[in-house]
Design a protein around this ligand. Sequence first.
Ligand code: THU
Length: 131
Amino acid sequence: MTKEELCTAAMAMLDRAYCPYSHFPVGAALECSDGSVFTGCNIENAGYSPTICAERVAVGKAVSEGHRDFVRIAVAGRSEDFCVPCGVCRQVLQEFAPDIEIICLNRAGESRTFALKELLPYGFDNTWLPK
Ligand code: THU
């Protein structure tokens, strides 16, 4: 899939977002090394804290289908600024793909790409755990 196709897949998910509380839709499209793509949207909850971000929905769909080798993720929002992943999503991405590339989109469809390592320096991983 081209970068444009991945971004289009993420933007298409904006219409599936369930965000009656924040009114801030987010769409994600996660690409695996074998070329498969898993999409996600944010799913909010009246209890607020059970809300799950678009990126983690995509990761959950991929991992539960046997895919863990992630290469790129596109994250789409409808704000003027680029939609960057929250801290929890950065940590979840690091668990499986510390070298993943993150394409952040704004409402105009313009993008800015980051390495996860730029967005999450010194992230926690299993090398910090006792042996
Ligand atoms: N959200 C995401 O889905 N991904 C992000 O990267 C940032 C935040 C969601 C969570 C919540 O439903 C709404 O956006 C506002 O925070």
